[in-house]
Write a protein that binds this ligand. Sequence first.
Ligand code: NAD
Ligand code: LMR
Length: 329
Amino acid sequence: MTTTVTITGAGGQIGYALLFRTAAGDMLGPDEHVRLRLLEIPQGMAAAEGAALELQDAAFELLDDIEITDDATVGFDGADHALLVGARPRGPGMERGDLLAANGGIFGPQGAAIAASAAPGIRVTVVGNPANTNALIAAAAAEGVPTERFTALTRLDENRARGLLAQTLGVPVRSIHRLPIWGNHSATQFPDITHTTVDGRPVLDLLAAQVGDVRAWLEETFIPRVATRGAEIIRVRGSSSVASAASATIDHVRDWVHGTVDWTSAAVVSHGEYGVPEGLISSFPVRAIDGEWRIVEGLKPDAWAQTRIDASVAELVAERDAVRALGLV
Ligand code: NAD
Ligand code: LMR
């Protein structure tokens, strides 16, 4: 069995990292052969071709075929997975919202090409920012493809939150479970520790001893640090996160395909859960069961948490309204 994976922006930084992890079997597993389709714009073709030469030189035994194209219909032909990475990255001082107009035009045509040529079971993961709204644009243009197949990446935010909490408590990251991200992949996101456990113990019981006033620590330290980590990376490295973003993308797709034992985070289409307007692509606590994301239901966010969720969702509504005004959804 060979799975076709199309990566847009394959000549870019995240694309470069993703190609090698995917070809190595980290995403789909050690027994799944992969056919890679690298979709670029003309200016990015040479970089994608160089990456393809290196993929050949790495002699990955699971890699059956590589095709490079700047034609979206060819690029998504028969695709089982589309990793939509190609976009304009945020530079110093730019907010993700600034990218709406620049990137909006990319994702409509790609959604239409997915509808026209991808495999019936296509699963789409949007990484390019603003990821949630780009996923919305692609889904709106993909007539006939269920919106449930369009997701945006917030796993990087969850991984960052787990990493920071592990560092704060001096425990390994593997000890930390149930730390979902709600809302937008942006500075308004809400990393929610209400149900987080550390080796099975509620984190709220452990944190007070470590940080004192937990609510103040969440508001002044933890949430802003997680939510602005992307900007911190840009400031320190001089360009946006790459290997960690690719790694989180691998985590997202692997879990979507192979399932989860516990909660994780993904931006998926809302059917009205937790007051999120129907049709928005918002991050929720999710499980992956039988190849589908399922929003964890029955949680009861307290008033403070619900205010945080509502604020991030309000930003998604504003982004949707902005792209609607541009005729993109
Ligand atoms: P990059 O500039 O290195 O690469 C982007 C690539 O996309 C370039 O090679 C460019 O030629 C290509 N491209 C542009 N338009 C395209 C199109 N229409 N079709 C196909 N390819 C196209 O950028 P990067 O560092 O790889 O980042 C890519 C995106 O991922 C950015 O939008 C960045 O903000 C975003 N990002 C998201 C997350 C997340 O967690 N969701 C994390 C990190 C970065
Ligand atoms: C990130 O979270 O690292 C990316 O979304 C890049 C950015 O613009 O913050």
